[in-house]
Write a protein that binds this ligand. Structure first.
Ligand SMILES: Cc1cc2nc3c(=O)[nH]c(=O)nc-3n(C[C@H](O)[C@H](O)[C@H](O)COP(=O)(O)O)c2cc1C
Length: 374
């Protein structure tokens, strides 16, 4: 904790408070990874295996964190990943999150499974850069309707999550029946955002995410043809989320996407896939000169952000830390989380000898094994 302000001083502090304060079911749902949580754990550990090689006396008296994401200016390379059901921890839900993103001048990806609709979020935050999250739905009319709504409400990109033809088995909630009751209550209380209108006539079933109402919507038979199809339906940029290999990165580019998010869904789907930061270099090598490459997974401080940028990510997205801030103090908490990450990134850049994002080059970061030869 910071004694000056009594606010938590780091994402880790916010994470500790989160565990103490929120409903046990919410905590288990947010924090869990799948199966043995190998990927979840490696998302953090892999960052710790990287070392920074600082350069000295580089005049770091000023710094510039601004950049363009698919042609839109943002003030920092730290953006908000889509996470479901913000209403679990705060009644203002995604509206509070979006307000913080707007005042910090960064991009927010609104989850497909938001409690607030894309229209309400846009109306309450008219200026922020927003992208809408989509899943691969069986019913393409529903997708098209969502796309048209996104176009009409000034969302500037579609984040198509392609890594979940099936649901992950969340390690910490799989034996807990109460978790589904908790989700039902959240949706009954806070609504189901932009999905609400398609739910009519569906039985919500006992467990959100495994009900006919949800799973019928996903299409496990989908192929890259789905991306081709989406490409023909809209001029909005398509950002595919969940790529972990150079093979899929190349396919994504060949199928017309505008950007790729290297992601393992926060370790919540296929366990034992690489940490996102481990997968980043091969994706950047394969397509980094053709489209923008971003990353999410395990980013908890400004040093992690620096390492990801050095290894070729244009920007990073954060998931759970945003929820920690939201649970703590709504919009203000999310704002503070972003501010902490920004301040830590600036400090890291100064120590490393970088003034602007373009100064952050791969030579700044090496794997720890570089030094074990000594
Ligand atoms: C509680 C929770 C809900 C999530 N919901 C979604 C979602 O609706 N759509 C999606 O594409 N990814 C979703 N994700 C994955 C995040 O977008 C992101 O990939 C991941 O959280 C990044 O890792 P981090 O939490 O370590 O920052 C979710 C993750 C969590 C933890």
């Amino acid at each position: 904790m910071s004694r000056m302000t009594d606010k938590p001083a780091s994402v880790a502090d916010y994470g500790d408070l989160f565990k103490q304060r929120v409903h046990e079911m919410a905590c288990l749902y947010y924090e869990s990874g799948s199966d043995e949580e190998i990927t979840l754990e490696q998302n953090r550990k892999a960052f710790k295996r990287l070392r920074i090689r600082p350069r000295l006396l580089q005049d770091v008296s000023s710094n510039d964190l601004s950049l363009s994401l698919l042609g839109h200016r943002v003030d920092l390379p730290i953006c908000i990943a889509p996470t479901a059901l913000h209403g679990i921890v705060n009644p203002d839900a995604e509206v509070a999150t979006a307000k913080a993103a707007e005042t910090m001048g960064t991009c927010m990806v609104l989850s497909l499974h938001a409690n607030k609709s894309m229209e309400e979020v846009r109306a309450k935050t008219p200026n922020g850069l927003k992208w809408l999250n989509l899943y691969v739905f069986r019913n393409r009319t529903v997708t098209l309707d969502l796309v048209r709504r996104a176009e009409c409400t000034n969302y500037k990109g579609l984040v198509l999550t392609i890594d979940n033809p099936s649901l992950g088995q969340l390690a910490r909630t799989r034996h807990r029946k109460e978790s589904s009751v908790h989700f039902r209550k959240t949706i009954e209380t806070h609504g189901y955002g932009h999905l609400e209108k398609y739910l009519k006539g569906y039985d919500m079933g006992p467990i959100v995410g495994t009900t006919p109402s949800d799973m019928d919507r996903r299409d496990p038979s989908a192929t890259w043809e789905y991306v081709d199809w989406l490409r023909t339906q809209t001029n909005l940029p398509i950002i595919v989320k969940g790529v972990l290999t150079e093979e899929d990165a190349i396919l994504a580019v060949n199928h017309g996407v505008n950007a790729v998010i290297v992601s393992n869904h926060g370790g919540r789907l296929l366990d034992s896939v690489p940490a996102s930061i481990e997968a980043l270099p091969e994706v950047v090598r394969a397509i980094g000169d053709k489209v923008e490459v971003y990353i999410d997974g395990g980013i908890r401080n400004g040093i992690d952000v620096f390492k990801a940028l050095a290894l070729g990510a244009k920007a990073v997205f954060v998931g759970r830390p945003i929820l920690y801030g939201l649970a703590h103090s709504g919009e203000e908490g999310v704002h503070h989380i972003l501010e902490i990450l920004k301040t830590e990134l600036i400090r890291t850049m100064q120590f490393a000898g970088c003034r602007s994002l373009s100064d952050i080059k791969p030579s700044f970061v090496v794997h720890e094994s570089h030094y074990t030869k000594l």
